[in-house]
Design a protein around this ligand. Structure first.
Ligand code: FCB
Length: 451
């Protein structure tokens, strides 16, 4: 295996290295200190919604373990921490009254990061919409966009001076398609028309928030996070090629074209018929408001076939516990494709990682497969950077094992192992590897500068 130094030398000294989490997946304290109900609190109660019938009531109990978790993050030597704010914790009904105790929690979080010399990367919407807004239509309603802008401004006024970057939405495709078309994520709706309208409102509200934050003098970097994969045809047949192009247009360009070109892909729009979203005058200009960075969440490629769906097990590539192929080259391919098609702003890999088996034995988790995953994907980022993509940072998903949405606690993505019965955190081999790698990135330290 190449030494960490060899890979570290491929990155500039100011490259941002982080770990990522989200509020619902780690905080717990679901009904404490005035927090309101979120759509994920509600969704977890639906029969069969969550694989192990679990919920986010306790999760990693991060709400009660903030200081020791911040020490844990600092012990890795990262320069950035990506987290999200639970909107219903700071504004229980998503409109009106603010919750002082909830705001205090995030205040302590950003102060704690600042004290430890770690950049705060704050995501406003990592899916846990206040249930009270869902009761009024949620993201199907234009009014939710205005509520979101109010929330963004309030967070900036309270925390902005200590936050390096603010992401509006995490993975609008997932909210729209898994949440409103396939129904396996909150709020569990099943209509393509609804999903397309929701996706549009997420994008417009993103742009509205960016513009409002800038007008308000916000000095944080502003961006959005998308889940992206290269769409690879299953065979060389013209049918599979056409199917891959179509999937790319509907699943990726539907988001990146409006953000960077100001228009939805025409060929997709032409096929939507009555399912096409209602677009108001000015919406497209909002969506295309200039951003400082694009956040890319990358896990795997998508293999597209015109016939029967492609079976990952036949590809010969290693699969993670999610059944996702390990395919690092896809990250370089994806970044080069984006760089070719758009004038990209800075690019951050805001999530990358894998779920593996991870048995804890004798206080150790020997997750060689995750070490390999991280090493090859970080090299893929360096390859894209070498070819001119404006790469600025990389964050591992995730800091620690956590509530993996409809998979509950059955899938472990952390570089830190969590024993949910005792809430003990144990650094896996991958965390030790990342720590050593980041040490190599910092280079030799002057005598007396500490570790
Ligand atoms: C992404 C989510 C993140 C996590 C990973 C595995 O889609 O943004 O919260 O669940 O997948």
């Amino acid at each position: 295996m190449p030494l960490p130094e060899t890979l570290a030398h491929r990155f500039p000294a100011d490259f941002i290295w982080g770990v990522a989490t989200s509020s619902f997946q780690i905080e717990g304290a679901a009904r404490e200190d005035g927090k309101g109900e979120s759509i994920w609190d509600r969704f977890c109660q639906a029969p069969d919604a969550i694989l192990d019938a679990s919920n986010g009531d306790v999760a990693c109990d991060h709400y009660h373990r903030l200081d020791s978790d911040l020490d844990l993050i600092a012990s890795l030597g990262v320069t950035a921490y990506r987290f999200s704010v639970s909107w219903p914790r700071v504004q229980p009904k998503g409109a009106g009254t603010w919750n002082a105790k909830g705001l205090d929690f995030y205040e302590r979080l950003v102060d704690g990061l600042a004290r430890r010399g770690i950049q705060a990367h704050l995501t406003l919407n990592h899916w846990d919409l206040p249930q009270a807004l869902q009761d009024r239509g949620g993201w199907t309603e234009r009014d939710t966009m205005s509520r979101f802008v109010d929330y963004a401004l309030a967070m900036n006024r309270r925390l902005g001076d200590r936050v390096a970057a603010i992401t509006t939405h995490n993975e609008p495709w997932v909210i729209a398609v898994l949440g409103h078309e396939q129904g396996n994520f909150a709020p569990g709706l099943k209509s393509r028309k609804t999903a397309l309208q929701v996706a549009h409102h997420l994008l417009v509200s993103h742009g509205m928030a960016v513009q409002a934050l800038r007008a308000d003098g916000c000095r944080s970097q502003l961006g959005i996070v998308l889940n992206l994969s290269p769409m690879v045809p299953a065979t060389d047949s013209p049918q599979d090629h056409a199917a891959a192009l179509k999937a790319d247009a509907a699943g990726r360009r539907w988001y990146t074209d409006p953000l960077f070109l100001g228009a939805y892909p025409q060929e997709v729009m032409a096929e939507l018929g009555a399912d096409a979203p209602v677009i108001h005058p000015g919406d497209m200009a909002h969506i295309a408001a200039p951003i400082d960075y694009l956040g890319v969440n990358y896990y795997t490629r998508q293999v597209i076939s015109a016939g029967e769906p492609f079976d990952n097990k036949t590809s010969g590539l290693p699969l993670t516990e999610m059944g996702w192929e390990v395919y690092a080259r896809g990250l370089t391919d994806l970044l080069l494709l984006l760089h070719r098609d758009y004038q990209l702003p800075d690019v951050l890999i805001t999530e990358n990682g894998g779920a593996f088996k991870d048995p804890l034995s004798d206080g150790r988790v020997q997750d060689a497969d995750r070490v390999d995953y991280l090493r090859t994907h970080i090299a893929a980022v360096a390859d894209a950077r070498d070819q001119g993509v404006p790469m600025r940072g990389y964050m591992v998903w995730s800091l620690m094992d956590n509530f993996e949405w409809s998979s509950g606690y059955t899938k472990r993505f952390g570089i830190v192992h969590v024993d949910y019965a005792t809430q003990t955190r144990t650094l896996k081999d991958s965390a030790l590897w990342y720590r050593d790698f980041l040490r190599a990135c910092r280079g030799p330290q002057p005598v007396g500068a500490g570790a």
